[in-house]
Design a protein around this ligand. Sequence first.
Ligand code: NBG
Length: 817
Amino acid sequence: MQNIKKAEFKKSVEDYTKVLFRKSVDEASRQQLFQAVSYSVKDLIIDQWMATHKEYEEKDVKTVYYLSMEFLMGRALGNNIINMRANKVIEEALDELGIDLNVIEDQEPDPALGNGGLGRLAACFLDSLSTLGYPAYGCGIRYKYGMFQQKIENGYQVEVPDNWLKDGNPFEMKRAEYAVEVKFGGYIRIIKDENGREKFVQENYQSVLAVPYDLPVVGYGNNVVNTLRIWDAEAIDNFNLDSFDKGDYQKAVEQQNLARTICEVLYPNDNHYAGKELRLKQQYFFVSASIQRAVNKYMEKHDDIRKIHEKVCFQLNDTHPTVTVAELMRILMDEYQLSWEEAWSITTKTCAYTNHTIMSEALEKWPLELFSRLLPRIYQIVEEINRRFIFEIQAKYPNDYKKIEKMAIIYDGQVKMAHLAIVAGFSVNGVAKLHTEILKNQQLKDFYEMMPEKFNNKTNGITQRRFLLHGNPLLANWITDKIGDDWITNLPHINELKVYADDIKCQKEFMQIKYQNKVRLAAYIKEHNGIEVDPRSIFDVQVKRLHEYKRQFLNILHVMHLYNQLKKNPDMDFYPRTFIFGAKASAGYRRAKAIIKLINNVGDVINNDKSIKNKIKVVFIENYRVSNAEMIFAAADVSEQISTASKEASGTGNMKFMLNGALTLGTMDGANVEIIEEVGEENAFTFGLSADEVIHYEQEGGYNPRDIYNIDQDIRMVLTQLVNGYYSPENTELFREIYNSLLDNNGGERADQYFILKDFRSYEAAQKRVEEAYKDQERWAKSAILNVASTGKFTSDRTIEEYATEIWHLDKVKVEL
Ligand code: NBG
């Protein structure tokens, strides 16, 4: 460990304030102080960063490149400080300068280069890779505008651009020396070289310069600093005269525009494929740049490209970076003159693919016209991969043309990216046990039967360093007092807390900490929503992206039902509850936005109805993101994980809640299944159809939501309130579409395709059990402590250990300073 001196750190902050802003510490604004403190912290990181890379070079280590369109990192300053184990020194130093670290941390824009779970998982993985000492690069895009900021205006979501770089990013480093060119469009000319070998030359293309920016990823207390490398685009040859001479003014301008637009914005879709041309450009842009650089780096120290798989592994985070396969083939064949067979043998030892969803609307299928026009050489290669693969299918299943239809990479005028990833990858993994089983037995059945050896499971995990140590200091300290601080890097040891679960004094302490965290969140809600919530009520929380399959709709329909009951019977036995929601909807997702509006309108009615004596409150937290998530998890009693069984590949919020002592109210879906396995049925509340039952109804039919509507008065009343103006007097039609979605078939889409009405009563019963359980505070505290104590499996350290040993085959390094 580095020895950080308080006096030096103070001096550094003072110097940076002066040099950067010509101000003294007293004169500087909070934002300026954030910058000065961050530069001072970066100075501490830099020696470790250099030492890490020196060690990698000396040991000639194998490296994983985690290729991802999204990295939802969250704020860096606080996390870097705790991972350097420097919080005490730095807090004191800042204190002596009259600076409050918490206030400074709040100045940092939340780098939101991702949508939801998939991007946040990538960030947790990087934290674990560094903490475990595995050599790794995260490779992504330096979006100028990250995930939009959500404002709620009159109950509606409004998207505001997130200009996160406007004050500069103190932790990043531009690495202009590693810039590479990336080419789009044009055509391919085949020429013969001096040996008579065919050469493929791309002509009349447009290109941009990919320029990397590096961000440090600090391991916890081990001097290891890996790199998140995000690529920006710059124009090549600013208006070179050549183009003017040839009258190519038009092309020169187009090229400039391409450079300007390619990294402009993150597509705000989660679990949804939109098929936009610019998106494919983004994919090829960052993939080509990352692969070119990885190959160049390898060849700087080695002389045989044929052995690159011994030192390099590319992990494809979902299908988004799947052009990796063809780009590597291109480089090996066109630039290193390898034969197809040689190149294929290397590629298929280097690329591995993770599937993150079974939702069919998320499957990436690029129209041939677009794909071949934008990436002419890549297209040729994909076509050849497909041609050879079809031969393999035919050899294995002679005359079975259905197999070709189902498995071909190119079919029906489309390039199917998942098929390409599976055919070329040596590993295909799902992200929770149930998810992997569904992939093997349903979605990817044909591939599993043909190549079972590729399939494996890696259940997701989260980093306890951000989501407990940083996000919930009260609980973190309490745990450390009880069992020591080993859990920070060895989460399974947190099970030593189990012996305290029955201890009345510990239960009281635990509930007191939860209460204080609820007070903290209540203050935030008061400040941001102007709503008064009682920290003694049950905090029942659903925070995650808004999606029909995640069923926020079920949650709010149930709230409407509870409210109806309370209105009918104001003296009924009822434990006060605060229903908290947080969710962004993709900007173009109409139904998701209607559900946000519904939650807000229901909140307006219920929160202002004096007659129910504040027994229910409904709060929609604006702009849910990593930084406020940390505080929300810490304050939650109930964790709503209520997706339609089979649809949520894993979920990771479920693990963050558990780690903070919330009890899961959930379906047997995704990682919920494993959570319940770990903590025990009696410490969670499960309900609803099983994945098998859902899949059965989907395949065989037999579910008609109208039957429920007709029989069940309470449900009918709630649904009627959607369209009679009860919650939208200004416009009774506001919720018509989501109402219809529950009752009417719509084209190929079945009525209530997410089984909301089917699961309603079972959800209600589970909610009743929650209420009963909460009334017994001792029992609740015991369950909550047991939840915390049972999270050992869900650390991303475990997940990464599995990836590293079973897929990547990496060795750990030690870094001494
Ligand atoms: C998401 C799943 C989640 C899962 C994360 C991380 C996509 C495509 N998938 O259930 O919906 O936890 O990936 O694996 O965003």
